[in-house]
Design a protein around this ligand. Structure first.
Ligand SMILES: [Zn+2]
Length: 495
C-alpha cells in the first residue's frame, strides 16, 4: 500500500481565517474603519486634519515608526472626534463585529470607555444604550457572539473610574460582561482606583486589566493583588519576574497577547523578543488578540499567522490557543461551554478538511472536558494503542462502591492539607460512585488526571511530574476500564 501523503504542519492565511476564533481585546475607538471616520466627520461637520483617505490612514495607522505607548494613543484623538454621537457608536460597534466575522471570529469582546464619548453632551446612559443597541444588532444579524467591556482610564480621577464601574454594573444584563483599566500605564498605578474594583468584585463582574505593557512587572502584581484580575491585557513585562509568571500560570489568569501592537508601543523592542512563546511553553493561558485593528493595521487571522510563522507554533498549539480564547471568554458558563464545544468541533472539521492530524491535537488534556464521548473513544483508542471499545457480547460488570474504591483518586485537600487521609479516600469513593451515575467513565478518568495535574501545578511541581502522574495514574485507570469493558453510555442505559 502506498504511503499516505505527509500531513501539513502550517496553516495558510485562508485556512487560519476558517478557524473559529475569539477576539478578547479589541478597542472600539482603535478599530473603526478609516472610511467610516471620513463619513462620520462629514455627517457631523467635524474638521479632520485631512479629508483624503490615504492621508488619513497615515495619521490613524501608527505603524512601526511609533515611539511609545503615549504616541500610539495620540491616533485616538482623531477617531474619538467622530464618536460623540449615539448613532455613530451603534454603527461603529456593528461594523467592528462585521469585520471580525470575516476573520472567522465567533466571539468578540469590544471595549471602550464611556467617559471619552461625552464631549458633545451625551450622558452615560445614552452612550451605553447606543453601544448595547449595536451589540444586539450584531448578535441578531451577523450571528456572532458579542460582549462589551467598560474601561476606566488610569490617568483620570478615582471618582470617574467608580462611575464607570457603576455604569458597567447597570448594563450587565444588556451585554456588558467585564471591566478594564486603559490609558497610559507608567506613573498611573491601578491602586488609586481600588474603590472601583471593590464595587466590581462585590458585583461579581469579570476583570481584565491593561498591565505590564507601559510599566514593569510590579504593575501586573498590582493588577492581581489589588484588582483581582481574571485576565491581563498584554502582560509582556511578566518575563521580568519568573515567580510572578508562575503565579499567573497557576491561577489560570489569561494573557491577551497583542504582538503587533506590543512592537508598535515599544512594550517589546523587536518581534523576536516577544515573550508569547515563553508564556505558552510555561503553561500560561495565552490568547492572540488585535488590540486596535485600525490603529495597528491588523486582523486576527493575520496575527495568528504572524505568531505561527515567527514562533513556530504547531497546528496543535494554534488549536489550543483558539480554544483558550473561548475558555477565557467573559460569558455565562453554560453558553461559554456550548460555544467552546461548537468552536472545537468546527475547527476539527477544518483540520480534517485540509489533511491535518486530528487525533494528536485532540489527545491533549486541554480538550478532555469538551471533546464529545464518541470522539474521546477514538482518542482513547489512539492513546491505549488498542481498541478500548467494549465487546458488545460481554455483559458489563456491575459498578459497585468496592470497584470505585480501587480506582486511584485525587483530592485537593488530600494533597494540600494532608489531613485525615483515610476518611477522605472513603468519602471520595462515595462521591465518585455518585458521579458514575451522572457521568460517563471517560470523562471521569480524564477529570481525575486533569485535576491531579492542576494540583501539582498548585504545589509548584515541574511539568515533568505532571506527565508522570498522567502515566502513573490515568493509564492504570484506563486499563482497568478496558479490562472491565465498562462504558459510561451503557451504564446509563442499563439503569
Ligand atoms: Zn488595549
Amino acid at each position: 500500500m502506498a504511503e499516505s501523503a505527509a500531513k501539513p504542519t502550517r496553516f495558510t492565511l485562508e485556512q487560519m481565517r476558517e478557524l473559529a476564533k475569539a477576539e478578547l481585546h479589541c478597542h472600539l475607538d482603535g478599530s473603526i474603519r478609516v472610511k467610516t471616520v471620513l463619513e462620520l466627520a462629514k455627517e457631523q461637520n467635524v474638521a479632520l486634519p485631512t479629508s483624503d483617505e490615504a492621508e488619513l490612514k497615515k495619521l490613524v495607522m501608527v505603524g512601526e515608526n511609533c515611539e511609545s505607548l503615549e504616541e500610539y494613543l495620540k491616533a485616538f484623538e482623531i477617531t474619538l472626534s467622530v464618536l460623540q454621537e449615539a448613532y455613530a457608536l451603534t454603527r461603529v460597534i456593528y461594523e467592528i463585529c462585521e469585520d471580525a466575522k470575516k476573520e472567522g471570529v465567533w466571539y468578540i469582546e469590544v471595549r471602550f470607555s464611556p467617559i471619552l464619548h461625552m464631549s458633545k453632551g451625551l450622558n452615560l446612559s445614552q452612550i451605553m444604550e447606543a453601544i448595547c443597541e449595536g451589540q444586539s444588532l450584531a448578535e441578531r444579524h451577523l450571528g456572532i457572539n458579542v460582549r462589551i467591556i467598560v474601561c476606566g482610564m488610569r490617568q483620570m480621577a478615582a471618582s470617574v473610574t467608580i462611575k464607570m464601574a457603576e455604569i458597567a454594573w447597570r448594563y450587565r444584563n444588556k451585554g456588558v460582561s467585564g471591566f478594564d483599566l486603559a490609558g497610559p500605564e507608567l506613573g498611573f498605578g491601578a491602586n488609586v482606583h481600588r474603590s472601583a474594583f471593590e464595587i466590581i468584585r462585590k458585583k461579581c463582574l469579570n476583570v481584565t486589566l491593561h498591565s505590564g505593557e507601559g510599566a514593569g512587572w510590579e504593575s501586573i502584581e498590582e493588577s492581581i493583588l489589588t484588582c483581582g484580575v481574571n485576565r491581563i491585557g498584554h502582560g509582556t513585562r511578566l518575563v521580568q519576574n519568573d515567580d510572578l509568571l508562575q503565579v499567573v500560570a497557576n491561577r489560570r489568569i489569561t494573557i491577551e497577547s497583542c504582538v503587533t501592537s506590543n512592537i508598535q508601543t515599544k512594550a517589546v523592542a523587536t518581534l523576536a523578543e516577544h515573550p508569547i512563546r515563553k508564556f505558552f511553553d510555561a503553561g500560561l493561558v495565552v490568547v492572540p488578540c488585535c488590540d486596535n485593528c485600525t490603529v495597528s493595521d491588523v486582523q486576527l487571522s493575520g496575527e495568528y499567522m504572524l505568531i505561527q510563522d515567527s514562533f513556530n507554533f504547531t497546528p496543535e498549539e494554534i488549536l489550543r490557543m483558539t480554544d483558550y480564547g473561548f475558555s477565557s471568554a467573559f460569558l455565562e458558563p453554560s453558553r461559554k461551554k456550548r460555544l467552546r464545544q461548537d468552536a472545537l468541533r468546527h475547527n476539527v472539521t477544518v483540520l480534517q478538511k485540509y489533511g491535518f492530524d486530528v487525533i494528536g491535537p485532540l489527545n491533549h488534556l486541554q480538550f478532555s472536558d469538551v471533546v464529545s464521548p464518541c470522539v474521546q473513544d477514538d482518542v482513547l483508542t489512539h492513546f491505549m494503542g488498542t481498541s478500548v471499545r467494549p465487546n458488545r457480547d460481554e455483559v458489563d460488570p456491575k459498578i459497585t462502591l468496592d470497584l470505585i474504591r480501587k480506582l486511584p483518586k485525587v483530592s485537593a485537600k488530600y494533597w494540600i492539607v494532608l489531613s485525615s487521609i483515610l476518611n477522605q479516600i472513603k468519602f471520595l469513593s462515595h462521591i465518585y460512585f455518585f458521579l458514575y451515575h451522572c457521568n460517563n467513565l471517560y470523562r471521569l478518568i480524564y477529570m481525575q488526571a486533569y485535576q491531579a495535574q492542576r494540583i501539582l501545578g498548585l504545589c509548584g511541581k515541574e511539568r515533568r511530574s505532571r506527565n508522570l502522574i498522567w502515566k502513573q495514574y490515568a493509564v492504570p485507570n484506563l486499563q482497568m476500564r478496558s479490562r472491565l469493558s465498562i462504558i459510561g453510555k451503557s451504564v446509563i442505559v442499563n439503569q
